[in-house]
Design a protein around this ligand. Structure first.
Ligand SMILES: Nc1ncnc2c1ncn2[C@@H]1O[C@H](COP(=O)(O)OP(=O)(O)OP(=O)(O)O)[C@@H](O)[C@H]1O
Ligand SMILES: [Mg+2]
Length: 456
């Protein structure tokens, strides 16, 4: 395998014109860490057919025999189930920490009877929290309906689908013996056949009796249509005014409430915002213990501390690094995961993230000019964490320790936003927004910066 940083070191095949200006505004006290240039080693040994990698388990998850290899294969499968990072947690037994967030969510719904907006950065655990909350609410006999929003989601479609899951048995006008119940009709049978708005939905849901309904709209930030958001705000207002037994829980990537629901003073009294905070050290330990129990491994204190630092409070990164570090320990037939295994895991993850970037972008990051701009690049990645990558020059200035003004930073960001360059721009009215054209670049920069902090 050709190495990442050897590739970075080579000249780009088609030099990019003027991609980076000389670092006029940013001090270079925070250089790109040297380890990035020496991370990967060439593996040039010839490969025999018998050395080629194979699957370790059957597609049915069955593992043959009671050999040592079979034990290893079982441990790998168990690790994947306990620490795999590609899916949200859906059950309580796999859910670690977050007791306060779950308690606040339950209290808002049960005690305050308000609607809730859960917000935070990507991968912080919003979907996992609402799944476990849904389980918990179902135990208390709530009807919990879950919908994931798409960019082209329509208000009437989503609420028709929700209504289709509430039996007519819970409608005020219906007696248990009426035909609607016998025919197993649901609330959608009361909706007009064509498009409808928040008025019709609140009229219908105000008639829920004998139960309580929670409607979860996950990934609400993906809704691009301003009318949809306005309709949801109006629905929240109407449901609250009528003391309906229906509550909404919205989740989305955002740094604050306004970003997600827009400026809607009329519903402020009726909603509670629940920000998802980074995980604490003991919560990181709790996630890793799920992996320990599954695979019969132990994470040493130094390994836990290192994963916590590198993950910076993200449960996604805790699982990703914990899983990789544990796999490394298994490869080496060790029962204790140590800091060296975590370092290997970080290096592998960085290599993989880099490999997903276009060759042109890898070359850009490898250049001396980008080395000189490193603090700015990292600060920009940090500034974008909370708004799905978007940031303004003022946010970047807040992340930097130097004396650069937002205007000077904006000029540098503009230089990085020429066509085919690292950033893209959104020239909306007011301050222009920027973001990395490839989200992988921001992740790579953030993880590299954590690694550099750790080495210091
Ligand atoms: N409390 C938790 N315990 C264990 N793992 C968790 C927890 N919360 C989140 N995770 C893990 O972190 C990763 C991200 O979680 P999740 O998908 O819930 O985040 P999200 O905020 O919804 O992300 P996105 O913004 O991309 O939708 C998943 O792999 C999930 O399994
Ligand atoms: Mg999610």
């Amino acid at each position: 395998m050709a190495t990442l940083f050897k590739r970075w070191g080579r000249a780009s095949p088609s030099p990019e014109p003027e991609m980076f200006a000389a670092p006029t505004t940013i001090g270079s006290e925070q250089q790109r860490p040297a380890f990035l240039d020496t991370l990967w080693l060439d593996d040039e040994a010839p490969v025999r057919e018998s050395d080629l990698p194979r699957f370790t388990a059957m597609a049915s998850d069955d593992i043959d025999g009671a050999t040592e290899d079979a034990g290893q294969a079982r441990a790998r499968l168990a690790l994947r189930d306990a620490l795999g990072a590609s899916q949200p947690v859906t059950t309580r037994d796999r859910f670690a920490g977050r007791h306060d967030a779950l308690a606040q969510l339950i209290a808002a719904v049960e005690q305050q009877r308000v609607h809730v907006v859960i917000y935070g950065e990507r991968g912080i655990g919003k979907t996992s929290l609402v799944h476990v909350f849904a389980d918990t609410a179902r135990e208390a006999r709530y009807i919990v309906l879950y919908g994931s929003c798409g960019t082209d989601g329509r208000f009437d479609e989503i609420f028709r689908a929700f209504a289709a899951k509430i039996p007519m048995l819970f409608h005020r006008s219906v007696l248990p013996t009426t035909a609607a119940v016998e025919q197993a009709l649901n609330f959608d049978s009361m909706l007009p056949p064509g498009p409808f708005g928040p008025r019709e939905v609140s009229d219908l849901f105000a008639d829920v009796v004998g139960t309580r309904v929670i409607m979860i709209l996950d990934e609400y930030d993906r809704i691009a249509d301003a009318n949809f958001r306005r309709d949801v705000a109006e629905l929240i207002k109407n449901l609250s005014d009528r003391a309906a037994r229906v509550q909404l829980v919205l989740t989305g990537v955002a740094s604050n409430l306004d970003e997600l629901i827009g400026f809607a003073p009329s519903i402020r009294r009726n909603i509670v915002g629940l920000p998802m905070r980074p995980l604490k050290l003991d919560e990181v330990g709790e996630i890793l213990r799920l992996g320990e129990a599954a695979a019969g491994l132990h994470f040493g204190d130094a390994a836990v501390a290192m994963i916590a630092t590198m993950a910076n409070g993200s449960p996604y990164l805790v699982r990703l690094l914990g899983h990789r570090a544990a796999m490394t320990a298994l490869d080496l037939r060790r029962a204790e995961v140590d800091a060296g295994h975590v370092k290997t895991a970080v290096e592998r993850v960085l290599t993989e993230w880099n490999a997903t970037l276009p060759r042109r972008v890898q070359a850009m990051l490898a250049r001396d000019e980008s080395r000189a701009q490193w603090p700015l690049l990292v600060a920009a990645a940090e500034a974008g964490t909370y708004s799905d990558g978007w940031f303004i020059a003022t946010d970047v200035a807040a992340e930097l320790t130097g004396t650069a003004t937002p205007a000077a930073i904006e000029a540098d960001l503009r230089r990085l936003s020429t066509p085919h360059n690292l950033l893209e721009t959104d020239d909306r009215p007011g301050e222009p927004r920027f973001r990395y054209r490839y989200p992988g670049v921001a992740s790579l920069l953030l993880m590299s910066a954590s690694m550099a902090r750790l080495e210091r």
